[in-house]
Design a binder for this molecule. Structure first.
Ligand code: NAP
Length: 267
């Protein structure tokens, strides 16, 4: 193999020169996505609601030499989403290569116990915010000539789990949105994929991790016999953003130790 081939092959595994917006980067999976993309050479803008935690993260990343900026933004606010994109556009000269729609949260109740407010909050946080920020980011993504959106849904949007019906319905909608945008925006050189995690060790999952019965129920049904770590999700997200993944679009990839493909595990 010639030297030219080697260098073009290694550039497929780099995000050098690329810009990214990662929503919800101050904790959990989002935090690790920021680190992973930064390590591959991307320049990143992230957001969260808690300013002190966000500033602490920005400080840590600056110490590590990562190129990361951040904004305080509540992604459930339409006006704040607009402000966020205005900021990203001015920071990145109107061009964005990567949008990772990571923000999401859950309220775990039985269906009959959910209130109207629960419904609005969960649909807004998990679905509407990602839909609207994708609309707003579209001109920036298109202008970059080679762009990638990654949604973070959940295996709750793929199979029936006892994690709450509103969260699951919103995540199922994200899975479908992934397929539609992949087709609609392919002409604009925007690939769209989705990562659907099973249980991952993050602050959001903390109450679940404390519930021994529930946790063991998941672990015994998971072929790999454990829950996942944030860095196992972020490496898949990063892969989907790389030029190496240039022919992959419209896919929903479960990252769950095999839980969703297991019908009957006999050990
Ligand atoms: N952990 C799991 O087991 C698991 C499984 C399947 C899917 N997921 C999905 O993975 C994604 C990340 O989950 P995670 O477990 O890493 O959650 P997490 O530990 O709660 O972290 C969420 C991040 O998003 C930010 N955030 C939350 N709501 C926000 C809002 N309205 N506006 C702006 N930022 C907001 C949080 O910061 P602030 O609180 O400061 O805003 C934080 O940085 C979510 O979409 C979740 O549904 C997680």
């Amino acid at each position: 193999m010639g030297e030219g081939n080697t260098s073009s092959r290694s550039s497929k595994w780099s995000l050098k020169g690329m810009t990214a917006l990662v929503t919800g980067g101050s904790k959990g999976i989002g935090y690790d996505i920021v680190e992973q993309l930064a390590e591959l050479g991307a320049t990143i803008h992230t957001c969260a609601r808690n300013e002190a935690q966000l500033n602490e993260c920005l400080h840590q990343w600056a110490t590590k030499g990562y190129k990361v900026t951040g904004s305080v933004c509540d992604m459930t606010s339409r006006a704040q989403r607009q402000e966020l994109i205005t900021k990203v556009s001015s920071e990145f000269n109107g061009k964005l290569n990567i949008l990772v729609n990571n923000v999401g949260t859950n309220i775990q109740k039985q269906t009959l116990d959910f209130t109207e407010e629960d419904f609005s909050f969960l649909i807004n946080t998990n679905l509407e915010s990602a839909f609207h920020i994708s609309q707003l980011a579209h001109p920036l993504l298109k202008a970059s000539d080679s762009a990638s959106i990654v949604f973070i849904s959940s295996i709750g949007g793929v199979a029936s789990l006892n994690v709450g019906t509103i969260y699951s319905a919103a995540k199922g909608a994200i899975n479908q949105l992934t397929k539609n945008l992949a087709c609609e925006w392919a002409k604009d050189n925007i690939r769209t994929n989705c990562v659907a995690p099973g249980p991952i060790r993050t602050p959001l999952a903390e109450p679940f991790l404390q519930d021994e019965k529930l946790l063991n129920g998941f672990i015994t049904r998971t072929p790999l016999g454990r829950i996942g770590e944030p860095e196992e999700v972020s490496s898949l997200v990063a892969f989907l953003c790389l030029p190496a993944a240039s022919f992959i679009t419209g896919q929903i990839i479960c990252i769950d130790g095999g839980l969703t493909v297991n019908c009957l595990l006999i050990q």
